[in-house]
Write a protein that binds this ligand. Structure first.
Ligand SMILES: [Zn+2]
Length: 114
């Protein structure tokens, strides 16, 4: 009897891990989609302001977009690491999970750790 329960709990643990990965992936995809929508909105905002005031200062709005793009980048990296890949955020080289070095083998940038 004990054996069966061991097997059952082992199996359900595996399923829980898998669905955790799947929900992490979905979460990240949702967040990336959200940031992409926000970038479009901010761009529209800039367009409207620029139309009425071409000499205005749009630095803050542009920085907001840059921030969101950075966030999207690191979330994409996270997505890849869930799938077992790591991508260099600088040159875009892809490494599989066997590549354990801290720095990109191509450009030397620091790879984001999992
Ligand atoms: Zn690189």
């Amino acid at each position: 009897m004990a054996n069966i329960f061991d097997k059952l709990s082992g199996a359900s643990k595996g399923v829980a891990d898998m669905s955790k990965n799947a929900s992490d992936t979905n979460n990240l995809k949702r967040k990336i989609a959200y940031e992409q929508e926000r970038i479009l909105e901010v761009m529209q905002e800039i367009g409207k302001h620029y139309y009425s005031n071409p000499n205005g200062d749009y630095t803050a709005l542009c920085e907001d977009i840059d921030d969101r793009k950075r966030r999207i980048n690191s979330m994409r990296n996270e997505l890849q690491s869930i799938k077992g890949f790591r991508i260099c955020s600088k040159c875009g080289t892809k490494f599989d999970e066997k590549y354990t070095f801290e720095f990109c083998g191509k450009c030397g940038a620091k790879l984001l750790s999992e």
